[in-house]
Design a protein around this ligand. Structure first.
Ligand SMILES: Cc1cc2nc3c(=O)[nH]c(=O)nc-3n(C[C@H](O)[C@H](O)[C@H](O)COP(=O)(O)OP(=O)(O)OC[C@H]3O[C@@H](n4cnc5c(N)ncnc54)[C@H](O)[C@@H]3O)c2cc1C
Length: 412
């Protein structure tokens, strides 16, 4: 599609990952007469969304994130109905293991948040945990909780369902068109510049994931986040040990999580020192980026001692695949979503803190409502893009802070 020299839309969304796509869907659904244009520099859903580990955890330290994820769970049937796409969602449940006093306190706070939102959970015994997950050893656990309704999905297919549903409603997508600049005059953003020309709109939503920081900064706006590596591995299959119906296992004390991937195990570790990439060093395409030559093996070795008590055969487990991408972490581990106060016409939805798949429904719906000047039922008061004031997102100090907030994460 060629863009004429100057186009107009009611809403422009920069980025067709899951957060841009969900915002587009809700905005068009609730404002059918308005023109929505999503501009994506690569293929649709080819960014970090396509790499995610697929956990749809609602059990989070941030209570305000729980209804955002619930919205994701609830929107899936609507998307399936509209598109006839089948979104694979497996309600395998999740086991959360506290292994020390600190993680027990964190777990108890997370569980009380779930209770407040009517999400069922129960404490289970070591024996019950082992009967649910064969490879798991829980003798070192002080508390084990099972949340039966937790799900895993396919992030690419979920994102494509938002895209296909929004296309059905009339949202236009421009693929392989890069937004070079946010158009700004005084304190008003009035559209975007691409290589093909200008596109103007009263509202623009910046949903370019890790790439949002540089675009915002060039328009004089500091987004308080950094591009931090998230990585996971997929084991060789092992019949009767790794089962497709096993629950997700989350062990914050060991910096470890795992979920079934067919008869393999997908697992990730939380490094003590997260790897960050400066906004001006991000690759154009995620597949072009090499985080480290060792496929993260050093991080597995560093965490080995902590994982073994829970997963005694860890060292004998063969590894089939390694996946790494960028998550956008903030210093306080909270999302970035809403209007940018000092700048008219600009909203953003990013700073996913490794939870953008799970929270996509609520984040997209909330931002879409704010863009339409309608009340937002979700509490975004802690997600303000301006909450840290003027920061330098290129500074080592800031990126290290964001990396530390990932290392200190207490939930999935
Ligand atoms: C390894 C890994 C595992 C993860 N596991 C989970 C998990 O289990 N559960 C969970 O909830 N979350 C998980 N996450 C986080 C999740 O992937 C992100 O929260 C989510 O994908 C963020 O979506 P997004 O739309 O912001 O970003 P992206 O999917 O990266 O989309 C941004 C889009 O913007 C486009 N873009 C960038 N610049 C421009 C420009 N100038 N012009 C036009 N387009 C542009 C990009 O090409 C890209 O397509 C994981 C992340 C990683 C990396």
């Amino acid at each position: 599609m060629t863009i004429e020299k100057k186009e107009k839309a009611d809403l422009i969304i920069v980025g067709a990952g899951i957060l841009g796509a969900s915002t587009a869907y809700y905005y068009k659904r609730d404002n059918p007469d308005r023109e929505v244009l999503v501009v994506e520099k690569n293929e649709l859903c080819s960014g970090n969304t396509s790499l995610a580990a697929a956990l749809m955890s609602r059990a989070r330290a941030d209570r305000n994130a729980i209804p955002l994820s619930t919205e994701t769970y609830e929107i899936i049937p609507e998307l399936e109905k509209l598109t006839t796409d089948k979104i694979p969602v497996r309600y395998n449940g999740a086991i959360h293991i506290a292994s020390d006093e600190v993680s027990e306190k964190n777990l108890s706070s997370i569980l009380s948040g779930l209770t407040d939102y009517g999400i069922e959970w129960e404490y289970i015994t070591e024996h019950q945990a082992r009967s649910l997950v064969r490879w798991l050893e829980c003798t070192n656990s002080s508390r084990i909780a099972f949340i039966s309704g937790e799900a895993i999905t396919d992030p690419y297919l979920l994102c494509m369902a938002f895209i296909n549903a929004s296309k059905k409603l009339g949202v236009k997508y421009l693929r392989n068109v890069e937004v070079i600049q946010l158009l700004k005059s005084e304190n008003v953003v009035y559209g975007i510049l691409t290589k093909d020309g200008k596109i103007e709109a009263p509202n623009t939503v910046l949903a370019a994931g890790a790439w949002s920081t540089k675009l915002a900064f060039e328009a004089g706006i500091s987004l308080p986040m950094a591009a931090i590596r998230s990585q996971y591995w997929i084991s060789e299959p092992l019949l009767n040990v790794f089962n497709p119906d096993d629950p997700v296992v989350i062990i914050p004390g060991a910096g470890f999580y795992a979920r079934p991937q067919g008869n393999s195990l997908l697992f990730g570790v939380r490094e003590q020192q997260s790897v960050y990439t400066s906004p001006d060093k991000l690759p154009d395409k995620i597949e072009d980026h090499m985080f480290s030559n060792d496929n993260g093996i050093k991080d597995l070795i560093d965490n080995f001692r902590k994982i073994i008590p829970f997963f005694p055969s860890f060292g004998d487990t063969g590894i089939k695949n390694y996946i790494a991408g960028f998550s956008c972490y903030t210093p306080d581990n909270l999302f970035i979503a809403g209007r940018i106060n000092e700048t008219e016409g600009l909203l953003t939805v990013t700073g996913c803190c490794g939870a953008g798949i799970s929270a996509a429904g609520g984040l997209g719906r909330g931002v879409a409502l704010l863009a339409a000047q309608k009340p937002n039922p979700f509490d975004f008061s802690n997600y303000s893009p301006d909450r840290f004031g003027q920061i330098n997102p290129f500074s080592e100090e800031h990126m290290i802070k964001c990396g530390l907030s990932r290392s200190a994460k207490t939930s999935g």
